[in-house]
Design a protein around this ligand. Structure first.
Ligand SMILES: Cc1ncc(COP(=O)(O)O)c(C=O)c1O
Length: 309
């Protein structure tokens, strides 16, 4: 274990307040390099996770590492480290960075080899973990809610795997932003699936509905926590398909993700949701979610209580 002074001197050496762990080495971003033949770069042949760090503690790390193992197994990528080893590196990365409010990113690819589609033999996977200060959520998103735009879901048929192939997600969110929206929602065969980096929920006749965790969506860690919180708060929950007209007619819509936490949706395309303000169910669930985060207490009047930095 490093002393506080040692940690502080390490921090001073990190110009952008972030740190990388690459195949066993702790490095600055500027020094971390991956081969041009890496299959992540060549084919998008890899899987990833993003973990939110609150008050220096990685939140829901077990669920994230478990999902990383599931994603890797689904694409026949053998992880070179155990779950415990991943968790230990994440902890050390956070400690060395000195960051308290941060995002940890883990990416594992099928390694570097001369470009050819079939799996290479005897090539070790590339494992990258990074920690960076958290991207702040705009105040407007929290206080007034967000606007979303819908797009046809043109992704592949295994959206339950968290792979690094994110081009349809990148294109949809970029087009949504250009159209003045904050997130894009995918629609497949008339049914709402999920956001480009979030899951979606509606409130229908006082009950909470979200699409089922099948091959069409990623089973979000935050989605799972919100379902559990909703039940604990006494709401009835349903995991079932949501036709787009039902989403637009909902009394509330909200999205969930590790980084965005829970955000109310106040407009979908040209349709205003409810009275155009974050709703009571959203507020209640978000309050309870915040109260469960490391270093957080219950909120005041719906305003999250930030820890002093
Ligand atoms: C497509 C997609 N759906 C849902 C989510 C939300 O998942 P989680 O709550 O685990 O962050 C993400 C997160 O990045 C995502 O990329």
């Amino acid at each position: 274990m490093k002393s506080e002074t040692e940690l502080r001197s390490t921090r001073a050496d990190i110009p952008d307040r972030g740190l990388v762990w690459l195949n066993g080495q702790f490095l600055d971003f500027a020094a971390a390099r991956v081969s041009v033949e890496d299959r992540g770069f060549q084919f998008g042949d890899g899987v990833y996770e993003t973990i939110r760090v609150y008050a220096g503690t990685p939140f829901a790390i077990e669920q994230h590492i478990e999902r990383l193992s599931r994603s890797a197994a689904a694409v026949e990528l053998e992880l070179p480290m155990t779950g415990g080893e991943f968790a230990a590196v994440v902890e050390e990365l956070i400690a060395r960075s000195g960051l308290r409010e941060a995002e940890v990113y883990i990416q594992v690819t099928r390694g570097a080899a001369p470009r050819a589609h079939p799996f290479p033999t005897d090539v070790p996977p590339t494992v990258v973990m990074t920690v960076r200060p958290v991207r702040p959520i705009p105040r407007r998103f929290r206080e007034r809610g967000i606007v979303v735009k819908t797009f046809p879901d043109e992704r592949w048929a295994r959206c339950d795997i968290k792979t690094i192939c994110l081009l349809p997600n990148v294109l949809a969110v970029e087009r949504a932003r250009r159209a003045g929206a904050d997130e894009a929602l995918f629609v497949r065969d008339g049914l709402v699936t999920e956001g480009t980096s979030s899951n979606v929920f509606i409130v229908h006749q006082g009950e909470i509905v979200t699409p089922p965790a099948d091959h069409r969506i990623l089973a979000g860690v935050t989605r799972g926590l919100i379902l559990e919180i909703a039940r604990a708060c006494g709401y009835r929950t349903h995991e079932r398909e949501i036709p787009l007209p039902e989403l637009k007619a909902a009394s509330e819509v909200f999205i969930t993700s590790t980084v965005k936490e829970v955000l109310a949706v106040i407009r979908v395309d040209e349709t205003v949701i409810g009275n155009g303000e974050p709703g009571v169910v959203f507020r209640r669930l978000y309050d309870v979610y915040r109260s469960r985060l490391p270093g957080r207490g219950p909120s005041l009047n719906g305003e999250p209580v930030e820890e002093s930095r």
